[in-house]
Design a protein around this ligand. Structure first.
Ligand code: C2E
Ligand code: CA
Ligand code: CA
Length: 409
């Protein structure tokens, strides 16, 4: 049986009947760790009493006397009492869209889905399965514990940072078009550590350490890339740049020198910078972006959709790719609000004549939607998780059958 049924669930509903129905469904699905609360206030008491032991999932009604589901959601996010939330309601579907956009603003809590009452077993199971996807990738409890500058400096000296690669795939044909390099720390005692625990430290430390880190990772990336190219794989590698690198006056020349030494064509290296990073300092970053483009590098606007850049601002930036943030991609097939933003982002990419990439595609339904909306590339757990360089060729062979077959219908 899968891991996710071990998750602890709190069911909150003021109707005893509905509450028992939800509990019965959860038991049927194999959940054993299920607790309940009569309404929002009672839920707050129950969670408070657990003192520092958050539940995995809260399944809450929206419309309740005293403290309603929306208020409860706010408190839970603020206190970090749970990481995942499922909302159920018998009310107007438009209200569900509002709840969704609210949850989206808040990045500390994950809205797994919004369900209409009465609950349907298959639908409940479907949203619950999303917990699994999240928890496999990073240990959520460890997520926020940062390392110190000294620890990171030591790891840099010992070359403990390595890239994992996640495939970027043509949505229509299923063919591999590129990979994104995502940093991992191979800690000698703690194992593999996610970037959320060291990138923020590097970002705050100032330009020096971050640059050292970026260049160390790039060395490995360029070595891997030149091997793939020599074996006849036609692909590009995307690397994330920090705000510091974007404002570094010599970065374009240094990167040009690095690809030259590695015998890699600059167009095979794509530099990802986030929308907010660029727009925060548009006038200072634009010169650097233009120089990187002149040298022939690909440029991707990452996390697109979170910022609020206008068409006018976007058209001034020499991007080759628009990468739509995963908060608008994940679950877009089920949620009207996300789908709307997704559609307009794809449309924006088309008008700007750049490649559109959707990140965080987890399900076949979202993949199909992206295909219908005309998005060009997809990246996400559905097509492939981030993996070590040594696994990419194996993935490549396996996925051609799986993804290719699926889309030749
Ligand atoms: P990002 O650039 O937005 O990278 C995408 C993140 O989404 C990655 O997390 C990836 O593992 C995750 N992801 C991919 N597909 C899915 C999916 O289907 N579902 C879900 N839920 N997540 C998915 P990761 O590897 O933990 O990286 C987090 C962030 O750390 C990156 O976000 C990037 O901002 C930063 N980062 C990673 N490596 C580097 C680096 O070398 N340099 C810099 N400056 N930042 C980096
Ligand atoms: Ca990225
Ligand atoms: Ca992103």
């Amino acid at each position: 049986m899968s891991e996710w049924i071990k998750s602890s669930v709190l069911v909150v509903d003021d109707s005893a009947l509905q509450r028992e129905f939800a509990m019965a469904l959860l038991h049927e699905l194999g959940f054993t760790n299920v607790i309940q609360a009569r309404d929002g206030l009672h839920a707050q008491e129950v969670l408070l009493a657990r003192a520092g032991a958050p539940v995995d999932i809260v399944l809450s009604d929206l419309d309740m006397p005293g403290m309603d589901g929306i208020e409860l959601m706010r408190v839970i996010a603020k206190q970090q009492w749970a990481r995942n939330l499922i909302v159920m309601t018998a009310r107007d579907p438009r209200l569900l869209d509002a709840v969704e956009s609210m949850a989206q603003e808040d990045r500390t809590i994950r809205l797994l889905g919004v369900l209409r009452k009465p609950l349907i077993r298959e639908q409940l199971m479907h949203v619950l399965e999303r917990v699994n996807i999240e928890s496999k990738e990073v240990d959520s409890k460890q997520d926020s514990v940062l390392f110190s500058v000294a620890e990171i400096e030591k790891a840099l000296l010992a070359s403990e940072f390595i890239p994992f690669y996640q495939p970027k795939v043509d949505i229509i044909t299923g063919h591999l078009k590129g990979v994104e390099a995502l940093a991992r720390w191979q800690h000698p005692e703690l194992g593999l550590i996610a970037p959320a625990r060291f990138i923020p430290v590097l970002e705050q430390d100032g330009a020096h350490l971050m640059k050292q880190f970026t260049f160390a990772l790039l060395e490995i990336v360029l070595r891997d890339l030149s091997i793939w190219l020599s074996r006849g794989l036609s692909l590009s590698v995307s690397v994330n740049l920090s705000a510091q690198s974007l404002n570094d006056a010599v970065i374009a020349d240094q990167l040009a020198r690095m690809v030259e030494v590695a015998h890699v064509p600059p167009r095979c290296l794509v530099l990802e910078v986030t929308e907010t990073m660029v727009m925060d300092n548009l006038s200072s970053s634009i010169g650097n972006l233009a120089r990187l483009r002149l040298k022939g590098f690909g440029l991707s606007m990452d996390d697109y959709g979170i910022g609020y850049s206008s068409m006018q601002q976007l058209s001034r930036c020499p991007f080759t790719e628009l990468k739509i943030d995963r908060s608008f991609v994940d679950g877009a097939s089920e949620h009207a609000h996300r789908r709307m933003i997704l559609e307009s982002a794809i449309d924006m990419g088309r008008r700007l004549n750049v490649t559109t990439v959707a990140e965080g595609v987890e399900t076949e339904a979202d993949w199909r939607l992206l295909k219908n909306l005309g998005c060009e590339l997809g990246q996400g757990y559905f097509s492939g998780r981030p993996m070590p360089a040594s696994e990419l060729l194996v993935w490549f062979k396996e996925s051609r059958q799986r993804l290719g077959g699926m889309f030749n219908e």
